[in-house]
Design a protein around this ligand. Structure first.
Ligand code: F6P
Length: 374
């Protein structure tokens, strides 16, 4: 949707923070300014927007933030934003400040809010608002972008933690189940399991019932422990989206192991669990996340300045995209501008396991695990 370009552009980070958000804020602020727009920062996501917590964003404020985790603007989850009256208030606040463009840096929920905020039906009679989204979420649960900001850093954090756990696991011939964030998406668990050389990854897209998961873990432990010394440790990466609480999973696995290996030393064979939790979301962004944040924000702000709206800046989409929903960014050959509505619709398919990509991921993992167990 091309219209007159935006002159006053606000930047907002929303939902779970992701390392690399600051790189995106910095790039948007600097590029927007270099293109002649007035740039603003909204504090604490949609919640701050409703409180009119908006201030000009000058180069001095974004100097040196590139290497910091989190987001200098702050973030929040704002359930009220689902209500139309609340969005009307937000639009009135933006219009009151003459802001005609918004860069929303965030995940699924945040970009849903962005699309609704710029919905032409809701705008009827009000001041026009253009939005472009920048995908940022460690979960990598947004469709039609190869990666979201924060995923690479989170993966590196998981790999570093699992490498440490593997040292002690190897020393004691132990089994560890390591739970990682990812909400309803198994991407982080799957990819970090490959990078770590884990023996098993548990992810929600597989849709396996509890009993099958327990059997699979027990088979893995017994197969690995039957191998020679120095190859008896087991690392299992569990996505938090697999709904069995980790303590219950440990109890069920330990019980079954005692039944199946009655002669094993119970203290030696029982599993240990580690929940990495919010550690996975923090830390300095990797070089790649700094680059990704900068490049996607560059594309987003240039799009707004050119009068484009209702899009998300995407990084190398993992599927071929029809022309009517996506175009390669003129500003960066690795980036695309994809219809926000198409992103959100395909994200639903991805999370429910219906999309070809979700099916490929699950199938690829079955094949990897089969190869590991031979
Ligand atoms: O979406 C990012 C994420 O870190 C998920 O991986 C996790 O499920 C969720 O946010 C945790 O949210 P909160 O920090 O609000 O508890």
């Amino acid at each position: 949707m091309a219209m007159a370009g935006c002159n006053r552009i606000a930047i907002l980070t929303s939902g779970g923070d992701a390392p690399g958000m600051n790189a995106a804020i910095r790039a948007a602020a600097l590029v927007g300014r270099s293109l002649g727009a007035e740039m603003f920062g909204v504090e604490r996501g949609y919640r701050g927007l409703l409180e009119d917590a908006i201030a000009p964003l000058q180069p001095a404020e974004v100097a040196g933030i590139l290497r910091e985790g989190g987001t200098i603007l702050g973030s929040a989850r704002c359930k009220e934003f689902h209500q139309r009256e609340v969005r009307d208030r937000a639009r009135a606040i933006l219009a009151g400040r003459g802001i005609d463009g918004l860069v929303v840096i965030g995940g699924n929920g945040s970009l849903t809010g962005a699309l609704k905020l710029a919905d032409p039906d809701e705008l009827s009679g009000g001041a026009p608002l253009k939005v472009v989204g920048v995908p940022a979420s460690i979960d990598n649960d947004l469709a039609l972008t190869g990666l979201s900001i924060g995923v690479d850093t989170a993966m590196n954090t998981i790999v570093e933690a699992c490498d440490k756990i593997a040292d002690t696991a190897t020393a004691h011939d132990r089994t560890f189940i390591v739970e990682v964030m990812g909400r309803d998406c198994g991407y982080l668990a799957m990819t970090s399991a490959i990078a770590v050389g884990a023996d098993l990854a548990l992810f929600p897209e597989a849709g396996k019932p509890e009993s099958e998961i327990v059997d699979r873990i027990v088979d893995t432990v017994l197969t690995v422990r039957a191998r020679g010394r120095r190859a008896r440790r087991v690392i299992i990466v569990k996505a938090e989206g697999v709904s069995i609480p980790i303590d219950r999973l440990k109890a069920l696995v330990d019980e079954r192991l005692r039944e199946k290996a009655p002669d094993a030393d119970p203290a030696g064979i029982e599993t240990r669990v580690t929940v990495l939790g919010h550690v996975v979301r923090g830390g300095r962004p990797s070089a790649f996340d700094r680059l990704l944040g900068s490049r996607l924000a560059n594309v987003a702000v240039r799009a707004l300045r050119a009068g484009t709206s209702h899009k998300m800046a995407a990084w190398l989409p993992p599927v071929e995209l029809p022309e009517e929903i996506a175009a390669r960014s003129p500003a960066d050959p690795y980036c695309w501008l994809v219809d926000l509505s198409a992103v959100l619709a395909e994200t639903e398919n991805l999370l429910s396991g219906r999309s070809p990509l979700a099916r490929w991921r699950a199938g690829a993992f079955d094949a990897i695990e089969d190869a590991l167990l031979l």
